[in-house]
Design a protein around this ligand. Structure first.
Ligand SMILES: [Zn+2]
Length: 242
């Protein structure tokens, strides 16, 4: 029963992420005005706003003016529920599951915003960093966050000096700190390595056309996979270096 409740919370969080993704990059309030159709501006009734179900029942159209509603909304609700399901299954207790599910949901929202707007709003990244301090025990998480933030700032200075232009954004350093806090130093380095591996083919395909490739989605994916398969990755590292 607990897992069903947890997944339902995930759907509700996904619904909230939709609002955050739509409004935070435009500096609009996330609580006011109430959800409305972007075309006819009619305020939605609560039953037009039920995650996943309303979109399906309304056939992906506004209940009033029949304007098409993007599939992005139900997809984000669905994937947030999946994040909640996986973290519940993997975590040792419900509190840890909740902390990690909210952290990964925030990173998910940052990934979508980075993809769509090439922006990383502090309003999401800083709270996410704060939550990540509680991903393991506070002292280890906090120390590893500082280590990663410091390491990445140094790396950024060196790379920027070598290529003679600004390398990485400040937001990437915050995400690196979150990675350190969430999985620690060894797994954190694996997560960043994995992110680069996943990003490489994408970079080769779109990078040449002068397209700026957002890196937050890859860091998020790298972290999530590393966290999910932590034992297997640690065993692999042990085989390589042990
Ligand atoms: Zn409408």
């Amino acid at each position: 029963m607990e897992i069903i409740l947890f997944v339902l919370i995930g759907l509700a969080v996904g619904s909230f992420l939709n609002v955050a993704i739509l409004r935070i990059p435009k500096n609009q309030s996330i609580s006011f005005p109430a959800s409305h159709c972007p075309k006819c501006k009619t305020t939605l009734k609560f039953y037009h706003n039920i995650p996943l179900i309303s979109w399906v029942v309304l056939g992906g159209k506004c209940a009033y003016c029949k304007e098409k509603i993007s599939i992005q909304y139900p997809l984000i609700e669905f994937f947030t529920a999946v994040i909640f399901f996986i973290t519940y299954t993997k975590s040792e207790n419900i509190l840890q599951a909740l902390i990690l599910a909210i952290l990964f949901s925030a990173l998910f929202a940052l990934s979508i915003i980075d993809l769509k707007y090439k922006a990383v709003p502090d309003l999401i990244s800083f709270p996410a960093l704060f939550i990540s301090f509680f991903a393991r025990d506070f002292l280890s998480s906090f120390t590893d966050a500082l280590l990663f933030a410091g390491g990445f700032t140094l790396l950024r200075m060196i790379v920027s000096w070598v290529i003679k232009k600004e390398a990485m954004g400040e937001a990437d350093i915050i995400i690196a700190a979150i990675i350190g806090a969430t999985v620690g130093v060894n797994l954190g380095l694996s997560a960043i390595y994995l992110s680069a591996l996943i990003a490489l083919p994408a970079f080769l395909i779109v990078g040449k056309k002068g397209f700026h490739l957002p890196f937050i989605p890859f860091l998020t994916l790298g972290l999530f996979i590393t966290w999910l398969f932590d034992k297997q990755i640690l065993m692999l590292l042990d085989k390589i270096y042990g």
